[in-house]
Design a protein around this ligand. Structure first.
Ligand SMILES: NC(=O)c1ccc[n+]([C@@H]2O[C@H](COP(=O)([O-])OP(=O)(O)OC[C@H]3O[C@@H](n4cnc5c(N)ncnc54)[C@H](O)[C@@H]3O)[C@@H](O)[C@H]2O)c1
Length: 448
């Protein structure tokens, strides 16, 4: 944004305010049927389509994928759900542009490889549609700004489909924070720790694997930083009121040696195979620390290269207590341990999180938990689509906005920059351009 004159800066700020004010104006519009175009119907796009087809008052007039067979499969899924069969788009990598130009769509959802998320979202918004994109929404800082500026200029929403924000745990902790039970958040920790070696190579010594995503290998070969931060940072950002009362101001990042991919490739494909000799830039483990304007800290991990069991790490330390998802425990000062004077012990005892989960379970899970349960990722994918569709049908803004999409995605290029500079601190852009201070935090009572 360097060099932006005062007048154009004011114009951008005004149009930004217009995006935020969309809710009230659009609420009156009352969209009856939400018309959705879907781009990318591989593994994830198919999961999303399955959830979309469970919603009332939707239409899916168009589906795109570079693979014609996948388009045919998805079109059949829609027809099997007793909806008009969508038109298919499979004339190459930019055929999504023809889909975006259709006159009968309200929303374009994309579940393509990462490099396409911003181009598709931008094309959708420029063509007058709302955009929803798989994670991460962007892979460079320029793309993050492009999403923000396009959404502000067009007045169209751009939501990143961060399903972990709808996790029962995310919403339970949010409920507890809003009730003041935990005090003020001070420190949060989270990680994406998932052995993706088979998926990245798309093969083992027995041959190709069915859920292969070989495009992911490109990123592991070429870039070194936290390239998949959004699953942990989404929930943490809701808890810390990021872009809504606080904001990330700086980040430092460090990557370990890179060796696990070569070791796997040597074992699976032999030491003479190019994959056993390749230079993988992504360190096996990356760790990044973020600081906020209000002095909070966030510690993130990424580990997709090593042999391990998938681990869901979330820890939140607040001024009145702490929560650990790994241990499934809660500690609340003066409640979990009441000792004082001679009874005071330095080793306080954790409480099981289960009773808290029952008491503070979010209403979305109370009311829709059993309906959601059959969906992928333990129900959160149903919740994600349910909320997106419900909000847009009512003419309201989705729960996550373009500033969230840009902020959470920016961690990838920022961490890369820090790692390349031997862990130099890098400044975090303020995508809201100062508006973070006046915005209210996510209200769990409004998520229904
Ligand atoms: N939120 C989650 O829990 C979650 C889970 C899995 C994947 N994802 C994300 O979803 C996205 C897709 O992942 P996947 O596992 O489905 O990968 P995939 O490779 O199975 O599917 C990608 C699809 O996009 C198509 N495609 C590629 N370029 C295209 C283009 N230019 N236009 C139209 N179609 C194109 C491919 O043919 C393929 O069908 C990724 O961004 C991934 O990070 C998110």
């Amino acid at each position: 944004m360097a060099g932006l004159g005062d007048l154009s800066r004011r114009r951008v700020l005004q149009s930004g305010a217009a995006v935020m004010a969309l809710s009230a104006a659009q609420a009156e519009a009352q969209v009856k049927t939400l018309r959705i175009g879907l781009v990318g119907v591989g593994g994830r796009g198919t999961d999303l389509l399955r959830q979309i087809l469970r919603m009332d008052n939707i239409a899916v007039p168009a589906i795109a994928d570079i693979d014609e067979q996948k388009v045919a499969r998805a079109r059949k899924m829609v027809a099997d759900a007793k909806l008009p069969q969508p038109e298919g788009y499979s004339r190459g990598e930019r055929d999504f542009e023809r889909l975006c130009d259709r006159g009968d769509l309200d929303l374009v959802i994309n579940a393509t490889p990462w490099q396409w998320h911003t181009p598709i979202s931008v094309a959708a918004m420029k063509a007058g549609k709302h955009a929803a994109t798989e994670v991460p929404a962007a892979i460079t800082l320029e793309q993050c700004w492009e999403l923000v500026e396009t959404s502000e200029k067009t007045g169209k929403h751009c939501m990143m489909l961060e399903n972990d924000c709808y996790d029962a745990e995310t919403l339970m902790v949010l409920n507890m924070l809003r009730k003041g039970l935990l005090g003020e958040p001070l420190f949060a920790e989270g990680g994406y720790m998932h052995d993706l070696r088979r998926v990245k190579f798309g093969a083992t010594k027995e041959g190709p694997v069915s859920n292969a995503e070989p495009w992911r290998l490109e990123y592991t070969l070429k870039r070194n930083g936290n390239m998949y931060p959004t699953h942990p940072i989404g929930p943490i950002s809701w808890w810390l009121d990021i872009n809504r009362g606080d904001r990330y101001t700086s980040l430092v990042s460090m990557s370990s040696r890179s060796g696990a991919m070569r070791e796997y490739a040597e074992r699976e494909f032999g030491k003479d195979d190019w994959r056993a000799k390749a230079d993988y830039r992504l360190g096996d483990v990356n760790t990044s620390i973020l600081q906020t304007a209000r002095g909070r800290l966030v510690h993130l991990y990424l580990d997709t290269n090593t042999p391990r069991v998938k681990e869901h790490i979330t820890r939140l330390q607040c001024s009145k207590g702490a929560y650990s998802s790994m241990m499934d425990k809660m500690f609340i000062d003066g409640v979990s341990f009441r000792g004082s004077g001679e009874n005071w012990r330095s080793h306080h005892e954790w409480e099981d999180a289960a009773p808290y989960r029952e008491r503070y379970q979010h209403k979305l899970w109370q009311e829709r938990g059993s309906t959601a349960a059959s969906s992928t990722h333990g129900g959160i994918d149903y919740m994600l689509i349910y909320r997106l569709v419900k909000r847009l049908q009512a003419g309201l803004a989705p729960d996550m906005d373009v500033y969230d999409a840009a902020t959470w995605s920016a961690i990838f290029p920022l961490s890369e920059r820090s790692v390349a500079g031997r862990s130099i601190p890098v400044e975090f852009p303020d995508f809201t351009r100062g508006r973070w201070e006046g915005r209210a935090g996510i209200n769990p009572d409004e998520i229904d």
